[in-house]
Design a protein around this ligand. Sequence first.
Ligand SMILES: Nc1nc2c(c(=O)[nH]1)N[C@H]1C(S)=C(S)[C@@H](COP(=O)(O)O)O[C@H]1N2
Ligand SMILES: [Mo]
Length: 329
Amino acid sequence: MIIKVPSGTEPRPSEITPEQVYLNRRQFIQVAAATALTPALASAGYEGVEEYPAPAWLRQQTQAAEQWPASTDDTVTPFEYASRYNNFYEFGTGKGDPYKLARNFVTDPWSVVIDGEVGRPGRLSLEDLLKPHRLEERIYRLRCVEAWSMVIPWVGFPLNSLLKRFEPNSDARYVEFTTLYRPESMPGQRSAFKAIEYPYVEGLRLDEAMNDLAFMGVGMYGNTLPPQNGAPLRLVVPWKYGFKSIKSIVRIRLRRTMPQTTWVKSAPHEYGFYANVNPSVDHPRWSQKQERRLPSPWFRSNLIPTLPFNGYAEQVAALYQGMDLRKFF
Ligand SMILES: Nc1nc2c(c(=O)[nH]1)N[C@H]1C(S)=C(S)[C@@H](COP(=O)(O)O)O[C@H]1N2
Ligand SMILES: [Mo]
């Protein structure tokens, strides 16, 4: 059921195969997946998954992830959309740019620095960072601030279990995350007209970061992350607009003060630090009351109502008790 994607710029099967043949093969792949006796594996059941370069140990672990019992029943977005319709400005601002331009992005070896207000700071290889964590699959809704949404089966582990290992001290009130800065391989970072400042920075209040829904992703659709989706390690915060879910993380810093995050710096009246999904607070240039659930073909707009906290209010609303969410948008 896995289609290998060689590194390089080869066209994908659907580009070189007539549509009907491609679909027949996908149906075949689906049948093969349904009859395989691997019910415990997260990868069972997803069609059209392309395999991107990754270390063997990581691929093995993502394929063996266990199911999280609280996943949404919403229909999962096809892998083709989740891996080809992306925001990752480091690889261009067009939705199709990251799929094309991140193809050769090298994510192995990878290390992450954890520092700031912690008892045990350090730099860890990805392998050491992942070692103590059991991977699980969680199907979450992803709501972009641009008013489209998808449903993605992530593989990873709760952020709180990572943070606890480094022993945040009593001055730690916020968590700051930073994306890799490597202009030689990220064309958006060397563009003459940069859309945003780099490196990309995001942040959470510590209590938000400790909420069980805040997740570190290392895979999706039962396999490792494609580079365009933030390989090898990204944040997934399902109750906030997608821009909080920062990709390809190299640094996690515990802080006393609120971090200056990329989109707040770039347009503070349009994007806030909290960025909780909220249908009753519109973006200055468009409504947030509805969203286009992808895929949305041209003949059907697929508009659905946007839910407070993206449908996760029961788990997270208490974090914001007494706060004016219009002011802290
Ligand atoms: N480093 C970095 N992280 C990023 C972005 C980005 O441009 N750079 N875009 C964000 C936005 S706006 C969204 S909607 C999600 C999209 O994640 P996906 O492509 O895996 O669906 O990634 C977020 N993380
Ligand atoms: Mo987004």
